[in-house]
Design a binder for this molecule. Sequence first.
Ligand SMILES: C[S@@+](CC[C@H](N)C(=O)[O-])C[C@H]1O[C@@H](n2cnc3c(N)ncnc32)[C@H](O)[C@@H]1O
Length: 244
Amino acid sequence: MTVFLVGAGPGSADLLTVKAARLVADADVIVHDRLADPAILELARPGTEFIDVGKQPGRPTPQEIINTLLVHLGQQGLKVVRLKGGDPFVFGRGGEEADALRAAGVPFDTVPGITSAVGVPAAAGIPVTHRGVSASFTVVTGHRERGGSTNVEWEALAKVGGTIVILMGVAERAVIASRLMNGGLAANTPVAAIHWGTRPEQHTVRTTLADLADTHVESPATIVIGAVAAFDFTSGSVETNAVI
Ligand SMILES: C[S@@+](CC[C@H](N)C(=O)[O-])C[C@H]1O[C@@H](n2cnc3c(N)ncnc32)[C@H](O)[C@@H]1O
């Protein structure tokens, strides 16, 4: 049997792929993280074992333990689904799990999911590219390495142009905004922070780069920076204050 590294999509169970839903329904064991919608787990058949390795802030499950667990389950010949939020290879450490499985000789397969980097802005009515406005988007982590700073050259990123999408950036948003402005991005650059996108709790906060530090944003959130962040296509109309 195989271990499947499965993307669960950005939140709503409706955004699971057909292949992911089929694998969940057929699994012996599902190893899942905290971003998986509980409704996804209800697709499993009776008797399926669930193992929650959710990385809650302050209660992390070390990655090495997850790797070892997947290898152990795979070696027992079980049908294992490793369910991860969004896409398994976008800031999901899916590559490390694949590496561990390959090193142990355990067959595995990868099932892509809709990443929050694109799916969450879309659910909030924000296109990450828009003809004549933004011809590219850059996806970065705002997560700070232990005892250090983020690995992103924010001043350089400010000069790239296009849309900036930040995952795991809530805690560091003041530093990020300041460094982007130091790099040349205008203080009035539109910013949208989407909390729990595609879930019933979805909430979008609109602000500017200058005001981001003082704007209340709850985690998990996807932060979009650039002209498109002023757009709102949820209701079929564009915000009148869109900066184009
Ligand atoms: C560890 S990363 C995993 C990303 C995931 N692999 C993906 O492709 O979406 C988790 C971060 O993704 C973002 N995120 C994931 N789901 C989200 C959601 N439903 N709403 C807003 N942001 C979300 C947040 O920035 C969160 O801190």
